[in-house]
Design a protein around this ligand. Structure first.
Ligand code: NDP
Length: 288
């Protein structure tokens, strides 16, 4: 039989998760702070909980997707003595430290805890490209893996509850970095009167082409062999001021790129001019 799942938090993501579970035939109870948001899911067959306590009572598996983990803690703390025997799958974005704190809180009250990082937009949930990182209680993951697979791929990354957040942020950091580049490309285009659309397609293709080097950089980083036949730090050091001057010349801020310029200058000063970009991650952890 399919386990009873309570979905707490019906924002864009929580609603998508609940809808996917309903569609797959799971008995679902839903709760949201703003009760009106339960409407569409109740119409699809979900049971509305009158309050959080009822939602906790109704589900052996509790899936939470709130804005932030402070809210998760606030929500569950008053119900701590009702958590015994339940499994919490907290898919709310948060830090590794928060995940470990929530895992300890759950353990204290006899509940099992999994922390999750959702690598998907709400529209991708249950589709072929969605997956979720999970970490924490391995037994609980095994028990509910079939349920999790309804939402997309389920990648278990370790007993340390904080691990999923690390994997999640590794990808998000890459994404935001790319986002910073993209917004500057658009700002520059706009500043000189080129429609964003005109650079969007070549930019997408260029980023895809450059993404191929991620694997090579990882290999270089893991092996410590940074000498490159692709693009040296010295040649990047020569080009970067041109990039900053071009931005500045069109009135676009250079403040996001100045730290990169300083980092590459430092790498070359330290004698790594012939190395590739794979040298840089080591320079970002000066305390190691
Ligand atoms: P929304 O803003 O759509 O929803 C936020 C949800 O959190 C709402 O249900 C809201 O309730 C609830 N909430 C916020 N604060 C509290 C509180 N103090 N007490 C109770 N409930 C609260 O956000 P998303 O659904 O997009 O995101 C939810 C989580 O999923 C976030 O951690 C996000 O980082 C993560 N995520 C989202 C992705 C996305 O593409 N959307 C992708 C991957 C992860 P109310 O309706 O009453 O305001």
């Amino acid at each position: 039989a399919k386990p009873a799942v309570s979905v707490l938090g019906l924002g864009m993501m929580g609603s998508a998760l609940a809808a996917a579970l309903l569609k797959a035939g799971y008995p679902i109870t839903v709760w949201n702070r703003t009760a009106a948001k339960t409407g569409p899911l109740v119409a699809q067959g979900a049971a509305p909980a009158a309050d959080v306590a009822e939602a906790v009572e109704a589900g052996e598996l509790l899936v939470l997707t709130l804005t932030a983990n402070d809210a998760v803690r606030e929500l569950l703390e008053p119900l701590a003595d009702r958590l015994r025997g339940r499994t919490i799958a907290n898919l709310t974005n948060g830090t590794p430290a928060q995940a470990r704190e929530l895992a300890a809180f759950a353990a204290e009250h006899g509940a099992r805890y999994l922390d999750g990082g959702i690598m998907a937009s709400p529209q991708m949930i249950a589709g072929p490209h969605a997956y979720i990182y999970y970490s924490g209680d391995q037994e609980a993951f095994g028990e509910y893996e079939d349920t999790f697979r309804v939402l997309g791929g389920a990648r278990y990354v370790g007993e340390d509850a904080g691990r999923a957040a690390v994997h999640d942020f590794a990808l998000l950091i890459g994404m935001y970095g790319q986002g910073i580049g993209t917004m500057h490309a658009f700002a520059l285009a706009k500043a000189v009167g080129i429609p964003a659309k005109e650079i969007a397609e070549p930019l997408r293709d260029w980023l895809n082409a450059m993404a191929l080097y991620i694997m090579e950089e990882a290999e270089a980083l893991d092996s410590g062999e940074h000498l490159t036949d692709v693009s040296s730090l010295a040649v990047n050091q020569a080009a970067l001021p041109n990039l900053l001057n071009t931005l500045a010349g069109e009135g676009v801020t250079t403040e996001f790129f100045q730290p990169l310029e300083r980092l590459i200058d430092r790498a070359v000063e330290e004698g790594y001019g012939a190395d590739g970009l794979s040298r840089l991650p080591d320079l970002l952890t000066p305390r190691r």
